[in-house]
Design a binder for this molecule. Structure first.
Ligand code: GLY
Ligand code: MN
Ligand code: MN
Length: 430
């Protein structure tokens, strides 16, 4: 058991007191764990059930069709699902139910709601309702509270990082030319499963050579060659908590100085951005720092040319770094996200969904990268727009490298920050 009754109580108290600021006595909030999703055309088959993260966070229970309700007078009321004989025949009782006061039977929910005569009930868990008005405000409060990781969550995430570290060390140990991307995936995943990962938090990303330029490259049978990069973006997961880590490995020690220069640029940018990941800092400023450092780095390497101010203003870096610097992570790979940010703005050509001011307890990925993406570099629009800014001839010499990304999960702390995935080794030869 990773969470105690006390952990859950503390979360409920924190959130309840926030909600009390706007919730009336006769209103209630309801959080539904969700229903199993059937596989298309699959008789009696469902996708593995994942409880709505807010429900899991508030109950540490993982059953479908359950509800936790909050009202100022009643406090938190759980409506739980009975474990049926039918279920006992086909599946074992889940071993992860929190040992707390038994709740009410979910079958009594309708009667309960009728008796209480709430003026409004806001659905914030698994729902197809469009969340607007007061429900939107309540969900924002929920997300903002959940975004600050508590001690029990941090402890679990550190444990998961150690699991991922076993997988990455295995890659370091076995990686050699002649292996396929798939073989690396199988080696990594078998090790993390053996060390306690329940599942993978997202499809493991592995790209060698030019495949490293594909942001979400799924591992293929492509054979790793000498002197190339192998980009691995892989996590580990326990009860939907996870880490999201990227490392870029050289396939052989005699990697070219071009590879090394590019790697060092991304690494330097990552370390500087981690340094900036502190309370009160605006995330967009950290993203901007990465964009500027990478622009300067590509200029120094001769890939960009002209006036630095102009290169920055024209946002040419969006051709080589076309994604945001990071996202909230923890309970799921995109944690609370920032659903309250309805119209995400673009900074340096990237749409930043997470446009927050960092606070103590936030856990965010820092993942700069430089990629030579065929699709972007071949685009006539890009070629026209950046005809002067990119040294297209020089660029030809770099395309085979594919790309580099380095990603860590950084917790904002009172003293500054803590890199929770520091235990995952970074390439020594580079
Ligand atoms: N693993 C996908 C990502 O880094 O967002
Ligand atoms: Mn990742
Ligand atoms: Mn990520």
């Amino acid at each position: 058991m990773f969470f105690t009754v006390k952990d859950i109580q503390k979360r409920r108290e924190k959130l309840g007191s926030k909600w009390n600021e706007i919730l009336r006595d006769d209103e209630a909030v309801l959080i539904y764990s969700g229903e199993p999703v059937p596989k298309p055309g699959g008789l009696d088959q469902h996708y593995p059930f994942i409880p709505h993260p807010a429900y899991y966070w508030l109950t540490a229970r993982r059953r479908e069709d359950e509800i936790v309700l909050y009202n100022k007078n009643t406090g938190w009321v759980e409506f739980q699902k009975e474990f049926t004989i039918e279920q006992a025949i086909w599946e074992a009782e889940k071993d992860d139910l929190l040992v707390s006061e038994p709740g009410l039977n979910i079958n009594h929910l309708k009667d309960y709601l009728e008796k209480q005569k709430f003026s409004s009930v806001y659905n914030l868990g698994q729902t197809s309702d469009i969340i607007v008005g007061k429900a939107f405000e309540l969900r924002t409060m929920l997300d903002q509270t959940r975004r600050k990781k508590d001690e029990a969550e941090i402890k679990l995430i550190k444990h998961i990082a150690e699991i991922a570290a076993f997988g990455y060390k295995e890659i370091e140990r076995i990686l050699k030319p002649g292996m396929s991307e798939r073989e690396i995936q199988i080696a990594y995943e078998s090790v993390i499963f053996r060390h306690g990962s329940h599942t993978i938090p997202y499809d493991t990303i592995i790209g060698c050579g030019t495949n490293a330029a594909i942001l979400h490259a799924l591992p293929t049978r492509k054979i790793i060659r000498e002197q190339e990069f192998v980009l691995v973006d892989a996590g580990a997961d326990v009860f939907d908590y996870c880490v999201d880590v990227t490392r870029t490995f050289p396939s052989t020690a005699n990697i070219s100085s071009q590879h090394k220069d590019l790697y060092q640029l991304v690494l330097k940018t990552e370390l500087e951005c981690i340094e900036m990941t502190k309370a009160d800092t605006f995330w967009r400023d950290v993203h901007a720092k990465a964009a500027i450092m990478l622009t300067e780095g590509l200029y120094d390497l001769g890939i960009l040319r002209g006036n630095m101010q102009r290169l920055i203003e024209k946002e040419v870096i969006s051709v080589f770094f076309p994604h945001g610097l990071g996202h909230l992570v923890g309970l799921r790979v995109r944690d609370t996200g920032q659903e309250e940010n309805l119209e995400p703005k673009h900074y340096f050509g990237s749409r930043l969904r997470v446009d927050i001011q960092l606070e103590q307890g936030h856990l965010i990925t820092v993942e700069p990268g430089i990629y030579f993406m065929q699709a972007l570099l071949d685009s006539p629009d890009v070629q026209k727009k950046f005809k002067e800014e990119i040294d297209w001839l020089e660029l030809e010499k770099w395309k085979h490298i594919g790309g580099v990304r380095i990603e860590d999960n950084v917790l904002v702390t009172e003293a500054g920050n803590e890199n929770l995935t520091l235990c995952v080794p970074k390439s020594a030869e580079l």
